[in-house]
Design a protein around this ligand. Structure first.
Ligand code: ARG
Length: 587
């Protein structure tokens, strides 16, 4: 139980003892300013209003009932202003809490008492093309939430809804077939992978071929038809194409330290068989109607300002199905087969209307029960320095693979500049962690829903709320232990919270699980980044004010402070791990 939950229980007990109705909340919050309590209970005002009494008088009664409840936990309870109850925590108690977290494998963070099946839909690249920066945000934000919810004990089911179906695949497999034939004629030993070495170039070639050569275009069209009717030869080519393309994505996931693998891929094509029956069902329910030869669901819920319902086409005139149809089928699968309690979609804000339409139809058709949580967790666009969507200097899309290579290179230069006593292989390892960590952290530390500017300078800075700063804070603690010549495990002394700096840091450390709860609820990883940054900053303040290895420091004080340092390092390490970012011993 974290401090907030503990105080919540205690204050509720005191409230009930004062005859306050059971449904009124305790309203516990961390103190906002020094001198106004470590925590506050803000229940008295609302309760007094509901009961028609004076808030300060009620607060006095609550405090009287709370005092014995908080024996040994709080030192001082004070009433401020109209009836705020300020709670000052007891340093001895805090020291014990810190000591027990420091030695616990999970930092005393309990697993969820009500684990859920959480489906997380993220990354979702289109396999026809190489992954580009547009998929970066979905991939790293989604992965952070997957890691965090898993850490909390939920059953996380990752779903990579890749684009592996649609008309362009006719063109692509026709092109692949030609390339393979050519290779055979040339008796070239190069395998199919070579033909697709650069997916982007391959796509351009196929497109040009399609535009310039009418016979090829006809063939491509006939291949789509054959593919969609299940022709084995076509399916084989298509599968080959998919395998190679997926390999590209998997390499990026590995490079990015993202937990997605082939098992999580469930592409659009896997729902093909469910599309026709789904349309039929929506027709039977009277939700879909024919309009100009197409099957359309009209949604009054999403009507425009003139009251015209929002039309969602689920089947085209010629019989083809759409993105929304596939998403409805995927949603059903997630409900019926995966038993989802919560489905989180990490998709660009520009697809908001699409998601709203899918969710509304799913609710109306009873594909989703009321207690299923459907969440479109939208994010903004990654911008270049010019304030426009991030592009290469020539205006092309930036490939993820190239961006990551550049990040590691730049980080390598920085590390080399800063330190002289590292081997080249150490530098390479650190550069990888710093470079990839910077790209991820700079994204995760921004409010998810906003656009943000991609800047090498700020993400690789050792100052401010950045990956290098956090990783550096971690290495500083490691170096103190090296200097002290002790291992954290060997420290036995009590933790004494003797100074203001130690107390502030201790309370902040004990709030880790409160922060994780909030991040999990709102899917806002930047709150975790802000928290880790605060820890690192409070740690620096503590370090300035509270000498550790200085001559004349009592061994008990030294060990107590070392234990506090150790919990700082473990919290940073755990926090970064939940964000998918690695730490290192030195840099
Ligand atoms: N492939 C899609 C795109 O690149 C993203 C898929 C997102 N997931 C979903 N269930 N629609 O835009």
């Amino acid at each position: 139980m974290n401090i907030r939950e503990l105080l919540n229980d205690k204050v509720l007990t005191a409230m009930h003892a004062c005859g306050i109705p059971a449904d009124l909340p305790a309203l516990i919050a961390p103190g906002k300013k020094a001198g106004f309590g470590d925590y506050q209970a803000n229940c008295a005002m609302g309760a007094a209003k509901a009961m028609g009494t004076n808030p300060r008088e009620l607060a006095t009664k609550i405090v009287a009932a709370l005092q014995p409840e908080l024996e040994g936990i709080a030192d001082k309870l004070e009433i401020a202003g109209p009836g705020f109850i300020n709670i000052d925590l007891n340093p001895t108690w805090l020291g014990q809490q810190i000591a027990s977290a420091q030695t616990d494998a999970r930092l005393n963070i309990a697993s969820s008492s009500a684990p859920q099946n959480v489906v997380i839909d993220y990354s979702g690249p289109n396999l026809a093309k190489e992954m580009h920066v547009g998929h970066l945000r979905s991939t790293i934000i989604g992965d952070a939430l997957a890691r965090l919810l898993e850490f909390q004990g939920h059953n996380v089911i990752r779903q990579n809804h890749v684009g592996d179906w649609g008309t362009q695949f006719g063109m692509l497999i026709a092109q692949l077939e030609e390339e393979l034939n050519k290779k055979q004629e040339e008796q070239s030993s190069a395998n199919n992978e070579m033909a697709l070495k650069d997916l982007e170039v391959f796509y351009q070639q196929a497109k040009k071929h399609f535009d310039d050569d009418a016979a090829f275009a006809d063939k491509a069209r006939s291949y789509v038809v054959r593919l969609q009717s299940g022709d084995a030869e076509m399916l084989k080519l298509w599968q080959q194409f998919k395998d190679i393309s997926l390999k590209h994505s998997t390499e990026i996931y590995e490079q990015l330290n993202v937990t997605l693998n082939d098992e999580h891929v469930r592409g659009e094509s896997s729902y093909n068989d469910y599309l026709a029956p789904l349309v039929q069902e929506l027709q039977d329910q009277g939700l879909a109607t024919e309009s100009e030869g197409a099957q359309v669901v009209f949604l009054q819920e999403l009507a425009d300002k003139d009251g015209n319902p929002s039309p969602v086409i689920i089947q085209k005139q010629g019989g083809g199905f759409l993105y929304a149809t596939t998403d409805l089928a995927a949603l059903r699968y997630r409900v019926k087969t995966l038993n989802a309690n919560r489905i989180m979609y990490f998709i660009d804000a520009r697809q908001s209307l699409h998601m709203q339409q899918v969710f509304t139809i799913a609710r109306n058709a009873k594909f989703a029960s009321d207690n299923l949580s459907l969440e479109h967790l939208a994010f903004g666009t990654m911008m270049g320095n010019d304030g426009k969507p991030f592009k290469t200097r020539t205006g092309g899309t930036v490939k993820l693979a190239e961006l990551l290579t550049e990040a590691v290179e730049r980080a390598g230069n920085l590390v080399r500049e800063r330190s002289t006593d590292l081997s080249e292989s150490d530098i390479a390892e650190i550069a990888r962690k710093v470079g990839i960590g910077s790209v991820k952290y700079s994204d995760l530390s921004k409010t998810r829903t906003n656009d943000y500017i991609f800047s090498w300078e700020s993400m690789l800075s050792f100052e401010g709320n950045t990956a290098p700063y956090m990783q550096y804070a971690f290495t500083r603690v490691q170096s103190i232990f090296r200097k002290a010549g002790v291992t954290p495990e060997s420290l036995q002394s009590d933790i004494v919270i003797g100074t203001e700096q130690e107390k502030t840091l201790a309370i902040k450390l004990l709030q880790f699980s409160e922060v994780l709860d909030q991040v999990a609820r709102e899917a806002l990883p930047h709150l975790l980044c802000t928290y880790l940054y605060e820890i690192a900053s409070l740690y620096m303040t503590f370090y300035e004010a509270c000498p550790i290895l200085k001559e004349g420091i009592e061994p008990e004080t030294r060990d107590s402070r070392l234990r506090l340092c150790h919990l700082v390092a473990r919290t940073i390490e755990q926090g970064l791990e939940l964000l998918g970012i690695e730490v290192m011993e030195r840099m």
